[in-house]
Design a protein around this ligand. Structure first.
Ligand code: F6P
Length: 522
């Protein structure tokens, strides 16, 4: 079974939502709190240690009911089952979408457990120093070479779980920028560095160019037969890996049913596994699996990813908002937003529906943001007093990791105060003039987690994965392909030939022709 193809705007629920929107669009949420002292309680979703407060959104109970009705009407329940049971829901690539199977320890596929075992053995050997470089020294540095999903997940998780890290210094080389390579290579020693080349396809130009450059650098001093001690790969394309010169036994498999932006749970997470050790890596997977169960088995009304997806649709398709901000109040989560940007925007940045027709409504939201409190001193001005309506997710942990309660109190206070200020504004209170007035009524959702652990991070990541899937189902688009990145790749090849002034290269575009002239005349 593939996903049904229902234009959401033709559903009864959508029509009701359209009428309902006209009634509630001017609602002032602070008034709703006044009218219903139980609002915060009623609009809080608790699942285990995760608490999500949606009460500061521009919704009523009726809005929520209609949104849940929409989810029912487009067949969300069946779509969720289709995904978890491995149906080919990625129709344009004829693939199942089973990143959830990578973390399902209850019914684990033997290929997945064998790979996890391989990762465990390997990471233990590297961490313990049993794995030696070509001069007999233990590994001190790891460089992950990959781009997109082959770096964003691993890099974000490695940074987020710094507290749990061991002695290995792990860096990420993604951009095909020679200066970045030079900067990284400056910091490492050939004798003690392990390079993990991660590419699902093993055809991605940037990754292959970088891997070849690094290999040349390595061979400037090391003998060729020692490559196997310093280069390992993660890929579905075993032939290409071998052609690159990486031994079969140093190759970690991946499968076509794991999308790049959902692949950190697979061997793509090898650098994470080395950085934090297998036990913590497994806890990350377990956390995601916990969220998978919540998502799959919980009624929509209590289902966190479903509810957050529907809220996002409410703003995107009825209020006409274009972006949403994500503000984690933890410096460890500095790279969460870039990771989410790929997950959300590569998945739902689609303008054609599941029948292949142009959509007549808005799809994929733009995700942006950075950590609080830094964000408050950068762009919160616009959130509070600008002309745009931007729903905000505020993510906060109730405990710090190093135990500095005072700092954690300040951090939490800022998060809660911002959430309140966005919604409450200054209306009704004394302000000297209009410049100092905050309108308020700015929608925001607070996600409260206990502590940043591998498990809670896994939960958080899986929450956003499921949220984007639900949105894709409702928007009637295919979330799991990414044809939109192909054209750029092709054009870059031709432009490169032109830059190298290779014979018979034709550049048609006058602007590109002009830019090339300017570049070449320098
Ligand atoms: O940007 C396009 C893309 O295909 C992503 O989806 C993917 O994560 C990235 O390129 C890297 O692909 P690969 O792992 O095959 O090198």
């Amino acid at each position: 079974m593939s996903l049904p193809s229902i234009d959401p705007t033709t559903t009864q629920a959508w029509k009701k939502l359209t009428r309902h929107f006209e009634e509630v669009r001017c609602l002032n949420v602070p008034d709703l709190f006044q009218e219903d002292p139980e609002r915060a309680k009623k609009m809080g979703l608790q699942w285990q240690s995760v608490y999500v407060d949606i009460s500061k959104n521009r919704i009523t109970q009726e809005t929520l009911s209609l949104l849940y009705e929409l989810a029912e009407e487009v067949g969300l329940k069946d779509a969720i089952d289709a995904q978890f049971t491995g149906k080919q829901i990625n129709k344009t690539e004829q693939r199942a979408v089973l990143h959830t199977a990578l973390r399902d320890f209850e019914t684990m596929n033997p290929m997945v457990s064998a790979t996890l075992h391989q990762m465990k053995q390997f990471s233990q050997a590297v961490i313990s120093g049993a794995w030696k470089g070509y001069t007999g020294k233990p590994i001190t540095d790891i460089v992950n070479i990959g781009i997109g999903g082959s770096t964003l997940g691993p890099e974000m998780v490695t940074e987020a779980l710094t507290f749990y890290k061991n002695h290995l210094n792990v860096q990420f080389l993604s951009n095909v920028d020679g200066d970045h390579i030079a900067e990284i290579l400056k910091t490492v020693d050939r004798e003690t560095t392990l390079f993990i080349v991660v590419s699902k396809s093993f055809t991605t130009h940037e990754t292959l160019v970088n891997a070849h450059t690094v290999r040349r650098w390595f061979l400037e001093q090391a003998p060729p037969e020692t490559i196997e001690k310093h280069f390992v790969a993660v890929s579905t394309n075993l032939e290409a890996v071998q052609a690159f010169g990486i031994a079969k036994e140093n190759t970690f498999p991946l499968w076509d049913w794991v999308g790049g932006r959902f692949s950190v749970w697979s061997a793509v997470g090898l650098s994470v596994c080395c950085a934090i050790g297998y036990t913590h890596f497994k806890a990350l997977l377990q956390g995601a699996h916990d969220m998978d169960k919540h998502f799959r088995n919980t009624d929509f009304e209590k289902n966190i990813p479903v509810t957050l997806a529907l809220l996002s649709i409410w703003y995107n398709n009825f209020f006409g908002t274009e972006t949403e901000a994500v503000i984690p109040y933890s410096q460890y989560l500095t790279k969460l937003v870039p990771y989410l940007q790929q997950a959300v925007m590569e998945s739902n940045g689609k303008g054609v529906d599941r029948n292949g027709n142009p959509v007549t409504y808005q799809t994929g939201t733009i995700v942006w943001g950075t950590t609080g409190t830094n964000a408050q001193h950068a762009f919160f001005q616009l959130l509070h007093q600008g002309t745009k309506l931007i729903p905000v997710d505020l993510i906060v942990f109730s405990e710090s990791l190093h135990g500095d309660t005072e700092h954690q109190n300040i951090l939490m206070a800022n998060c809660l105060a911002q959430s309140e200020a966005l919604m409450q504004g200054t209306l009704g209170s004394e302000v000297e003039n209009s410049f100092k007035r905050f309108e308020g009524n700015k929608p925001n959702t607070t996600l409260l987690l206990e502590k940043l652990t591998p498990n809670s991070l896994g939960r958080l990541m899986a929450l956003y994965e499921h949220k984007l899937f639900v949105q894709g189902v409702i928007w009637n688009i295919f979330s799991y392909d990414q044809w939109g990145v192909e054209l750029g790749k092709k054009l870059a090849n031709n432009t490169l030939k032109a830059i190298r002034q290779e014979k018979d290269t034709v550049i048609d575009n006058p602007s590109t022709q002009q830019l090339l002239k300017k570049l070449q005349n320098r």
